[in-house]
Design a protein around this ligand. Structure first.
Ligand SMILES: NC(=O)c1ccc[n+]([C@@H]2O[C@H](COP(=O)([O-])OP(=O)(O)OC[C@H]3O[C@@H](n4cnc5c(N)ncnc54)[C@H](OP(=O)(O)O)[C@@H]3O)[C@@H](O)[C@H]2O)c1
Length: 250
């Protein structure tokens, strides 16, 4: 069975690992190409956009794809919408593999907002030391709040994405440990953390560390994803769906 996995996430990589070596499946993993040095995966991969809904629908037909697993990041809203429309147009089955969002625990001091612009405003007028972990492409709205000092952690260099006077840039990629997150926040005298509600274990330690340190966390809510798409929360459940759907349980 020819499967297209829309990836760029821990879950997509886990699914690739489970599908590798299963001769009844022929998976292809697709990434947008935002990371210049992605971790190697044990199945064939392709990199780059498809050219919108029409391009993806054409690709599905040309490559005789029988099932698409949308395992993109919860904030990759355009790709998920394109996948839903293209699968309908091409008559291909679609499953969304999505990690559940984080929810506030006792001791958390969350400020929930619905956009990066709102997050930047929620930092307030007084200069603060901000740990900004929202991804390189989401930095520009914070230029509207140049009074703060930003500790920015991204996978790729930030270039000129955040043109403010005080930026400390770190390049690193998940997973992170809670102890290391706490040490980083203490060393840099962080006063407030800004994060997307990405969900998953790999980047959760910053939330746990902020709780221990009693720091407020500005949490940006997820964008809407297309309705009516069947959804699972783990790579194992996606495998079960593939086996069930196509009646090929070994
Ligand atoms: N947004 C985040 O916070 C975040 C965090 C971690 C990882 N990621 C990963 O980074 C990638 C891009 O995220 P985004 O938020 O920029 O997406 P997006 O805004 O939803 O998508 C923008 C365009 O990028 C292309 N694209 C996105 N994902 C793709 C994939 N897996 N394979 C091929 N093309 C893809 C598509 O181009 P065409 O229209 O030309 O097909 C899409 O229209 C995704 O793979 C996502 O899983 C995103």
């Amino acid at each position: 069975m020819r499967i297209l996995i829309l990836g760029g996430t821990t879950e997509a990589s886990a699914l690739a690992g489970l599908l590798a070596g299963r001769s009844e499946f022929s998976p292809l993993l697709s990434m947008a190409g935002r990371t210049s040095d992605p971790r190697p995966l044990p199945i064939p991969t392709r990199i780059g956009g498809f050219g919108g809904v029409d391009g993806l629908a054409r690709f599905l037909t040309q490559e005789r794809i029988e099932a698409v697993i949308d395992a993109t990041h919860p904030f990759a809203a355009i790709m998920s919408r394109n996948a839903a429309e293209a699968c309908t147009a091409a008559g291909v089955s679609l499953l969304a593999l999505r990690r559940p969002p984080w929810s506030a625990q006792e001791g958390d001091r969350w400020i929930e907002v619905s956009s990066m612009e709102e997050a930047a405003r929620a930092l307030g007028d007084e200069p603060r030391r901000v740990f900004l972990t929202v991804g390189r492409l989401e930095l520009p709205p914070f230029a509207a709040a140049p009074q703060h000092t930003y500790l920015v952690r991204t996978i790729e260099p930030i270039g000129d994405a955040l043109p403010v006077p005080n930026v400390i840039a770190i390049q690193d990629r998940a997973p992170f440990s809670e102890a290391a997150e706490q040490a980083l926040m203490e060393r840099e005298r962080v006063e407030v953390v800004v994060t997307k509600n990405s969900g998953g274990a790999a980047t959760y330690p910053k939330i746990a560390a902020a709780r221990v340190l009693g720091l407020p966390v500005i949490v940006v809510a997820r964008p809407g994803k297309p309705r009516g798409v069947e959804e699972v929360a783990s790579a194992e459940a996606a495998i079960e769906w593939l086996e069930r759907r196509h009646g090929r349980t070994p």
